[in-house]
Design a protein around this ligand. Structure first.
Ligand SMILES: [Zn+2]
Length: 126
């Protein structure tokens, strides 16, 4: 039985490094490091989704049957560690940053990128 929605959802399921376009360039090296760690503990992992949520990097992965039960804790620890790291890494340039609030959304940015964003929004951009 084929479920088209399910198929579309899982159509992009390579390593997390295939998902760089879904987050800012400052987090690309985090995805490289995350992929290296995940490959060591779960070489067969697939990526379900990579996105920015509440200013932090969120990664959802899929594991082969049985592996999730076996490696669950180790996997969540790794994912949690990178989520924490992203909260201190500028999503735009990769420099040390912190979570900033802007109107309705949160982003992790360094001082320079935050200042840049204010310049852009005062010019009517964004
Ligand atoms: Zn920056």
């Amino acid at each position: 039985m084929t479920d088209p929605v399910h198929d579309r959802y899982w159509s992009r399921n390579g390593p997390v490094t295939d998902w760089k376009s879904d987050v800012g360039p400052g987090w690309h090296s985090l995805l490289d490091q995350l992929h290296a760690e995940l490959s060591e503990i779960a070489p067969d992992y697939k990526t379900a989704q990579v996105k920015e949520k509440f200013g932090k990097l969120r990664v959802y992965i899929d594991l082969p049957p049985g592996v999730r039960e076996m490696l669950g804790d180790a996997i969540w620890q790794v994912l949690g560690k990178y989520e924490d790291m992203s909260g201190h890494t500028c999503e735009d340039c990769g420099q040390p940053g912190e979570i900033r609030t802007s109107r309705s959304w949160l982003r992790t940015l360094c001082d320079a990128c935050e200042a840049q964003r204010h310049v852009i929004s005062s010019l009517g951009g964004e």
